[in-house]
Design a binder for this molecule. Structure first.
Ligand code: ATP
Length: 458
């Protein structure tokens, strides 16, 4: 029996939300490709986020900074020194492990002779007992070499978070947008991490997308804004349909926090992984003045704010809500997946699979379905589809039994199916079927646009 998560993943793959990167060459574990439906879903999440957190607020502006930044940015941010994990490698199969119990066991035995180091620790991959290297630090930064000479002088890092591009532009944005703290900068974009163990579908990849906010505040207001952002982020997920039973907050203890953080609350989502069901979805951190101070010191440029009203110059504190866009997409897919028993035409029941995605996120908003493939119905149906396309993502499907076509749309979360039948030729009306209730309503073609707009929330 497939787990629910496995079913979601297999649906996402066969319906074209997500494909394995480079699949025809055996695929890569580092990244995934987003297919026709995945592109739409991801774009809709991004758009909702941008509207809620950037465009919809008077105290936020946007930025799109580069993926490649001067190396000194990552030295100043602390990433070159600290963005690493301890690893042990099995000398038999050469698989590397960072499983905490292996590292702990090793640490506990440190001080003994190396040959006894992990004498009784078995490699989870090949089963060999006790053949291990010393723990080595493994950098999470993805490296690239730029310029004509392929040597260390060309070494650059792909950003492991979008945040630093925001910090180094602090003064630029402040001056250009004439904002003053409390205000924030939002950014959506790719980030790269040399994850040791990518996996769990799009949950952990080496190339992924983030949606980040760096919110700059007077230090005395940091706690209050931290709480504001925790609440606002929580509500954003709930408003877009995440079941609160499947999300929880974790107040990260000091010794587990990132080097810059004076407080972090992670949101965890019940992805349904084997073993531990929960995984981090996003985090809100109080980064204090760590980043602006570090960059001021390292660059010699003062990243401070002069408050004319009080005559004070200070380094703002930063509250950072950091979302994974691709990880959020996985949460929305998992959360919306439903299998339910529905009555069929023969008086029995069928099982149908539905993605009960919020209409604002659904990759296809409306499917136009001529009752059958027919030279009279198809032109009218195409006309209806074209009239809606200016506004929404529309699917058109005239192949196969109508019941099967409804099911295919349910499976990808299409909120409405519009059926054009022979009566439509007489009464200029169509049948609109609601995904969740499966109720059908007759709607005049002339009113269709408005009918759908009211229900699609945009
Ligand atoms: P994890 O503990 O899962 O590795 P993290 O604590 O390192 O995550 P952050 O540095 O706080 O993550 O990054 C912010 C957000 O970016 C995460 O909450 C997650 O949504 C997303 N993210 C981080 N790493 C990855 C990854 N490898 N693949 C997909 N999304 C990621």
């Amino acid at each position: 029996e497939q787990s629910r998560l496995d079913k979601v993943i297999s649906l996402a793959r066969h319906r074209g939300f997500v494909f394995q990167a480079g699949e025809i060459y055996g695929g890569s574990r580092s990244a995934w490709d987003y297919g026709p439906l995945g592109t739409e879903l991801k774009e809709n999440i991004r758009r909702q986020w941008w509207q809620a957190f950037v465009r919809g607020r008077g105290d936020m502006v946007g930025l799109d900074s580069s993926i490649i930044l001067p190396k000194r940015v990552w030295e100043a941010s602390g990433h070159v020194a600290t963005f690493s994990d301890p690893l042990v490698e099995c000398l038999q199969c050469h698989k590397r492990h960072r499983e905490d119990h292996l590292i702990e066991a090793f640490e506990a035995k440190k001080g003994r002779k190396p040959e006894n180091g992990m004498a009784d620790i078995v490699c989870p991959d090949c089963g060999t007992r006790g053949k291990w290297t010393e723990p080595k630090s493994f950098s999470g930064l993805v490296k690239t070499y730029l310029g004509v000479v392929d040597d260390e002088s060309g070494l650059h890092y792909l950003r492991p978070e979008t945040a630093q591009g925001i910090f180094v532009n602090f003064t630029n944005v402040l001056t250009a947008s004439r904002k003053k703290p409390p205000f924030g900068i939002g950014q959506v974009g790719k980030a790269f991490r040399n994850e040791i163990t990518p996996g769990n579908f799009i949950f952990r990849t080496r190339e992924f997308e983030q949606m980040e906010i760096e919110f700059f505040v007077p230090p005395a207001e940091a706690q209050q804004w931290f709480e504001h952002w925790v609440e606002t982020c929580w509500n954003w997920f709930i408003d877009l349909g995440i079941d609160p039973e499947n999300m929880r907050q974790f107040d990260v203890p000091e010794d587990e926090r990132a080097h810059y953080s004076a407080g972090t609350i992670d949101f965890e989502y019940r992805f349904g992984f084997q073993g531990s069901e929960w995984g981090e979805l996003m985090g809100v951190a109080n980064r204090t003045d760590y980043d602006l101070s570090s960059h001021s010191e390292a660059s010699g440029q003062s990243l401070t704010y002069f408050d004319q009203a009080s005559g004070d110059r200070y380094t703002p504190y930063v509250i950072e809500p950091s979302f994974g866009l691709t990880r959020s997409m996985m949460a929305f897919l998992v959360d919306s997946y439903v299998e339910e028993e529905v009555p069929n035409a023969k008086g029995g029941t069928d099982t149908r699979t539905v993605l009960k995605l919020d209409p604002r996120l659904a990759p296809v908003k409306v499917a136009v379905l001529p009752l059958s493939r027919n030279e009279k119905l198809s032109p009218l149906a195409r006309e209806v589809a074209d009239s809606l396309r200016g506004r929404w993502a529309i699917d058109f499907d005239d192949a196969g039994a109508i019941g099967r076509r409804y099911r295919r749309q349910d499976e990808i979360g299409t909120p409405f199916c519009v059926t054009v039948d022979f009566d439509s030729l007489e009464d200029d009306a169509v049948t609109v079927r609601d995904r969740d209730t499966m109720a059908q309503e007759r709607v005049p073609v002339a009113e269709l646009n408005e009918y759908l707009a009211d229900r699609l929330k945009g």
